[in-house]
Design a protein around this ligand. Sequence first.
Ligand code: LMR
Length: 334
Amino acid sequence: MRTFAIAASVAVLALSSLVGPASADPIIIKFSHVVATDTPKGKASEKFKELAEKYTGGKVKIEVYPNSTLYKDKEELEALQLGSVQMLAPSNSKFGPLGIREFEVFDLPYILPDLKTLRKVTEGPLGLRLLKLLDSKGITGLAYWDNGFKQMSANKKLVTPGDYQGVKFRIQSSRVLQAQFKTLGSLPQVMAFGEVYQALQTGVVDGQENTWSNIYTQKMHEVQKYITETNHGYIGYVVIVNKKFWDELPADIRDQLTKAMKEATDFNNTQSQKENNDALAEIKKSGKSEIIKLTPEQDEAMRKAMESVYKDAAGRIGQSLIDEFQKEAKSTTN
Ligand code: LMR
C-alpha cells in the first residue's frame, strides 16, 4: 500500500515537472505589516487585496499578514530585499536606517500642519523623487499611504518641555526622533512596534509617541495614564515591492495591480483621518487614559523646544531638502 502511494506521488511529480506548474496557479504576493487590521494601513491592505484579486481575475492572490505576524520592523525590509516577502508598507521613518536618509525629513517635528499639506509634497516632484531613491536598494515605491499625526503618552502629565526630562520613550529607529527626544532631555529607546505595549506595561519604557489609531489598536491607552494631544509629528507609509519581482511580472498583471493600488491609496487617504478620529473617541470613551490638550502658549513652547532638531537633521540630509519640502508644503499649485 505504502509502495503504491509513493509510486503514485512520484508519478504525479514526474508529470507535473513535464507540464510545468499548472497554468491556473496564482501568483502569490505576501503583504506583511506591523499594525492591526483595524487601522488605516490594515484596512487599505485588505482593500488592495480585494481589488487586486478582482482586477486580475484571480491570477494574483494577495496574502495579508498584519500585526507583525510574519516580520517585525527591521526584519521586514530585509525580507523584502531578499524576496521572502513581496510587499510592505513601512513608515517613512524606516528608510533612513536603510541608507535613504532623505526620508528623515518626514520625521521632523511640526513640519506638516495637516494632511492636505502632506499631499502637496507626496504628490509633487519631491514625493516622486524620494520614491525613485528606493530603486537603488532593490525596492520599488508604489504609493504613499497616510496614517496621521502623533501624540505623546506617558504615566505622567506631559505639558511643558520640562516634563519630558528623564522620561524613557520608545522610538522608531530614526535619527530625527532620537534628536527630538534628546533635545527634550528624554531617553529615547529604539524598539519594534510589536513590542511597545509590553514595554509600557512592564515599565521598560515610560512613554511613547504614535497616532490615535495605533495607540488604540495596540491598547497602549490601557497602560498609559496620560496622552497629550501634541500632533507634533507625522506617521505615513510608502507601499513598496521587491523591484525584481515587480519588474518581472507580466505587464498586464502589473497594470491591474497598479490600478488596484491607486484605488486602495485613494481609499486609505480619504479615510485615515476618520480612523484616527474614531480611535480617539474610543480612547475617550474607555476612560483609561486622560487626554491633555495644550493651550496655544504650551504648544508654542513645545515647538520652540524642538527647533534644534532641524539643525541636527540638516547636517545629515541637507538644508536644501528641508527648504524644498517646506516650499512645496506651502505652495498653492498642486
Ligand atoms: C511605529 O513603529 O510606531 C509605526 O511605524 C508603526 C506603523 O507601521 O504604523
